[in-house]
Write a protein that binds this ligand. Structure first.
Ligand code: XUL
Ligand code: CO
Length: 441
């Protein structure tokens, strides 16, 4: 089989002192951390759209990277992409991939033809996976935001015909995810939002979005799909008001429509930033509500207000992310997908590898630091001590449901001023402990 990266060998782990750019400094797939290998803990996935299709095109200029994979015919190109993707995964020791239907195979003249060609590519991937069972599908999704028919939304379109078309597309994407053994199916509502309420029936749009999700879950379960469904929150872009603003908003939506038992979250790092949350905040909301599922890893630029999808290198972020993942019990069906792209100026084939190495090493380091934080115990102990008043006395009575408003009034009247019951929050000390643990490695 043709090699697309002849000059790049399998990326070795060489350790932190290596200066070889094409080596891992921290990601050692078979090293055991916290009782499991790094490969199992991190479950890295390649994103088909950025890595295999993204050529750097932006609204100011054409692509800078060649992602034709040497083919002009679209079926031949789709299959070449598969071969190149498997080579990349192999050389980077990445076990999983994520896809939108149209990343695998584009649209043709009719839905029937589009589906037929799509099937051919999905079958080709299935054959490659059968030959190499270490390669797995983390999740699939449908690109219901690209074509002009989705200009006003898919599940939230004012046109029932567009809703039906989107349903047909999602049904097919679920079939493909099931055929490829995917353990997740994602809804990211690219155009599910609005620009102005002057032309929008928001109530109906949200009801319909829930109807589409319910139908998708029922269909998938009816064909034996046992994996997770995820919603990927994002506050804005492309629409001004995205309905799935953040995890808290999505939780309200899921509960209103009785979908909360069926969906978990796919938290994307820079979507959190765009919602003016930290990545850790979004993960914590998901964990505390039992809906943590999977992660799209990248980072934004805090000086910019848009989705830059940069490969993550900020180790504070990756450490606090992995701290939340470990506390949530680790990945089950989910994993860590690099919804990230090399910068437009980083256009060579080698940059694909250098970018993934940077992101994977940042997360491997984050994983190690997160375990150190937990083993060290100072941060957890501080938080436990801070809330100690809830384990005894009046605090315990409140938690046990034994205290009424009248009891609390009596207690407060007897106790007098309570400011003295508070101790310092010690934020600076805790930040310094975090630095100490991170850089004492
Ligand atoms: C867009 C985004 C998508 C989803 C999948 O911001 O993150 O690529 O991850 O549709
Ligand atoms: Co994403």
């Amino acid at each position: 089989m043709a090699q697309y990266f002849e000059n790049i060998a399998k990326i070795p782990y060489e350790g932190k002192d290596s200066t070889n750019p094409l080596s891992f400094k921290y990601y050692n797939p078979d090293e055991v951390i916290g009782g499991k290998t790094m490969r199992e803990q991190l479950k890295f996935a390649l994103s088909w759209w950025h890595t295999m299709g993204g050529d750097g095109t932006d609204m100011f200029g054409c692509g800078t990277a060649d992602k034709t994979w040497g083919e002009t015919d679209s079926i031949a190109r789709a299959k070449a992409k598969v071969d190149a993707a498997f080579e990349i995964m192999d050389k980077l020791s990445i076990d999983y991939f994520c896809f939108h239907d149209r990343d695998l195979s584009p649209e043709y003249g009719t839905l029937a033809e589009t589906n037929e060609k799509f099937d051919e590519v999905v079958d080709y991937i299935a054959e490659k996976m059968a030959a190499d069972p270490t390669k797995k599908c983390l999740w699939g999704t449908a690109k219901c935001f690209d074509h002009p028919r989705y200009m006003h939304g898919a599940g939230t379109s004012p046109s029932a015909d567009v809703f039906a078309y989107a349903a047909a597309q999602i049904k097919k994407a679920i079939d493909a995810t099931v055929k490829l053994g995917g353990s997740g199916y994602v809804f990211w509502g690219g155009r599910e939002g609005y620009e102005t309420l002057l032309n929008t029936n928001m109530g109906l749009e949200l009801d319909n979005m829930a109807r589409l999700m319910r139908m998708a879950v029922d269909y998938a379960r009816s064909i034996g799909y046992t994996g997770d469904f995820y919603i990927e929150p994002k506050p804005k872009e492309p629409t001004k008001h995205q309905y799935d603003f953040d995890t808290a908003t999505v939780l309200g939506f899921l509960r209103k429509y009785g979908l909360d038992k069926d969906f978990k979250m796919n938290i994307e790092a820079n979507h959190a930033t765009l919602a003016q949350h930290t990545f850790q905040h979004e993960l914590r909301v998901a964990r505390d509500n039992g809906v943590f599922g999977s992660i799209d890893a990248n980072q934004g630029d805090t000086l910019l207000g848009w989705d830059t999808d940069q490969f993550p290198t900020n180790v504070y972020e990756t450490a606090l992310c992995m701290y939340e993942v470990i506390k949530a019990g680790g990945f089950v069906n989910g994993g860590l997908n690099f919804d990230a792209k090399a910068r437009r100026g980083s256009y060579t084939k080698e940059d694909i590898f250098l970018s993934y190495i940077a992101g994977m090493d940042a997360f491997a380091l984050g994983l190690k630091i997160a375990y150190k934080l937990i083993e060290d115990g100072r941060l957890d102990k501080f938080v436990d001590d801070r809330y100690a008043s809830w384990s005894t006395g009046i605090g315990k009575d409140i938690i046990d449901g034994k205290a009424t408003m009248a009891d609390l009034e009596k207690y407060a009247l007897e106790k007098g001023e309570v400011t003295d019951s508070l101790s310092s929050g010690r934020q600076e000390m805790l930040e310094s402990i975090l630095n100490n643990i991170m850089f004492g490695l």
